[in-house]
Design a binder for this molecule. Structure first.
Ligand SMILES: Cc1ncc(COP(=O)(O)O)c(C=O)c1O
Length: 495
């Protein structure tokens, strides 16, 4: 027998669609959110529609608090406004005892308008105007100073006010697992942070009473927090030894991963995403290890965003068109689905004209009434897409296009979906983090948002936008007031 050639083993990513070639089990469907039927929500509020689960939000923050309270004596959560600053969402977290964490004057104003007192606001970010800093100082907010120029601005304010100002200092640390977020704060490793604390103590009336480090976002490695916690704890103790005031709090930022799935992520979120207990163990164990025995531990602040809100958010969308798309590797996709060859694929798919189309190198595709302008996070993550009613057929690889007149508007290259027809609803999940705050009025209006309350009812928390929301701030110069002899409806500036 001739020797077989050696083939180097290689690991290839298993795409979601081919992971279950026999299609065992039922196709998952989401037809109800917290007891409220999806079809009823779309009929009442129109689509596309973002839906948030109040119960889901509360369950997450309670689980996070439980996990940390079990291992550390003094932990406070601050809600990261930029992750989702819908007032109703913020208020759920504030009702659960969270402070506000903001990164701009706008977010600061939003938190104040939500009734959060200045002293319950953590003010982060690389750009804070002098006026914003003055307001934050006057209102007792916890300012986390980001850069030298901000140090100088705050030092001037302290001198003007003729008093000491307590501030936190943002630092960055190389945890070895992610790119270092060196855009923010002062470097620990290079000694920059320690030098700056000493300089502030010796030359200004700023007193660094806290250290802040946000290591990155969607941290699948909980161990990164141990590295960061060790670095900031040691920095606090070194600064104190050098004659600076003692640090009373450590703020380890946010970054805990949600149950989303990154593009190219091999393990499913159920296996890849650490639990709050995992993060709590790493953080608490390290701080306790490094802190001098018998001395009161520093207060711990956390600003976790996506892990608290992502899974509570759904987007309901509808199919507006069905297409077939030419794909180069349709044969491979089919082979993986069936048992190799068109016959197997056909047998596996069962019924449906779309199968025949797929054999010819074409793949099913659907166009939804929602696009990436409201699902910005699809650039990094692949949300799951569920039919909102019992499927008519088995699943097959389906490209899910958004509604924009842009070739890049693809929500999923390949989702495992049954045959869908125009008018069929789908549920996209998880989408609660960053999509609302980063969505834009590109080509279409931003949709309405509802919250399904623990009272079992759906409450409108943001109405769908209208033309007036887009045109409201616009002004037409006088020389453009008329086109073709008509004035139109513009707000004309006659000066
Ligand atoms: C300073 C700060 N805190 C908290 C967060 C929230 O992060 P995440 O949503 O990853 O938990 C961010 C996000 O980038 C941040 O920059």
């Amino acid at each position: 027998m001739s020797k077989q050639p050696y083939i180097v083993p290689a690991i290839r990513r298993v795409s979601q669609s081919s992971a279950n070639p026999q299609r065992l089990g039922r196709t998952p469907v989401i037809d109800v959110i917290d007891g409220v039927p999806v079809a009823g929500l779309l009929a009442r509020f129109g689509g596309p529609l973002f839906v948030f689960s109040e119960a889901g939000l509360r369950a997450k923050i309670r689980d996070a608090k439980r996990a940390f309270a079990a291992v550390y004596p003094d932990v406070t959560f601050a809600w990261s406004y930029k992750t989702n600053y819908l007032d109703a969402v913020c208020r759920v977290f504030h009702q659960e005892g969270s402070m506000a964490e903001v990164v701009s004057g706008f977010e600061y104003e939003k938190a104040r308008a939500n009734g959060v007192p200045g002293a319950r606001i953590i003010f982060n970010g690389p750009y804070k105007t002098t006026a914003e800093l003055r307001r934050a100082v006057d209102e007792g907010a916890m300012i986390q100073v980001d850069n030298r120029d901000e140090v100088v601005a705050l030092a001037r304010l302290a001198a003007e006010m003729d008093r000491d100002l307590k501030v936190g200092m943002r630092v960055h640390v190389d945890t070895g697992t992610h790119a270092v977020w060196s855009k923010f704060g002062f470097s620990v490793e290079g000694g920059e942070a320690l030098r700056m604390i000493r300089w502030m103590t010796e030359n200004t009336r700023l007193r660094v009473c806290g250290l802040h480090c946000h290591v990155g976002t969607f941290m699948l490695d909980a161990g990164a927090y141990a590295t960061a916690a060790r670095a900031v704890t040691e920095l606090a103790l070194e600064a104190e030894e050098a004659g600076c005031p003692p640090v009373s709090y450590l703020n380890l930022g946010g970054g805990f991963a949600s149950r989303a799935r990154l593009h190219g992520q091999y393990l499913p979120p159920e296996q890849a995403t650490p639990s709050f207990d995992d993060y709590a163990r790493e953080l608490s164990g390290t701080i306790k290890d490094c802190w001098p025995q018998g001395r009161t531990l520093p207060k711990l602040y956390l600003e976790t965003g996506r892990a608290l809100v992502d899974e509570a958010g759904y987007l309901l969308a509808s199919v507006v068109a069905v297409k077939q798309r030419t794909v180069k590797d349709a044969g491979a996709a089919l082979a993986a689905y069936g048992k190799g060859g068109a016959g197997g694929a056909l047998a596996a798919y069962g019924k449906g004209g779309s199968v025949v189309a797929a054999v010819g190198g074409r793949r099913n595709a659907v166009v939804l009434d929602a696009g990436i302008q409201i699902l910005y996070t699809t650039a990094w993550y692949q949300p799951s897409i569920y039919p909102a009613a019992e499927p008519r057929t088995g699943v097959q690889p389906t490209t899910v296009y958004g509604c924009l007149c842009m070739n890049i508007d693809v929500i999923r290259e390949e989702a495992a979906l049954p045959d869908l027809r125009p008018g069929d609803a789908v549920v996209i999940h998880p989408v609660g983090a960053y999509n609302i705050t980063q969505s834009m009025q590109f080509i279409s209006y931003r949709p309405a948002v509802v919250m399904v309350g623990t009272d079992g009812h759906a409450h409108l928390i943001r109405r769908r936008e209208t033309l007036e929301d887009v045109r409201g701030p616009e002004v037409v110069p006088g020389f453009l007031s008329e086109i073709n002899g008509t004035a139109g409806e513009a707000r004309v500036d006659r000066q």
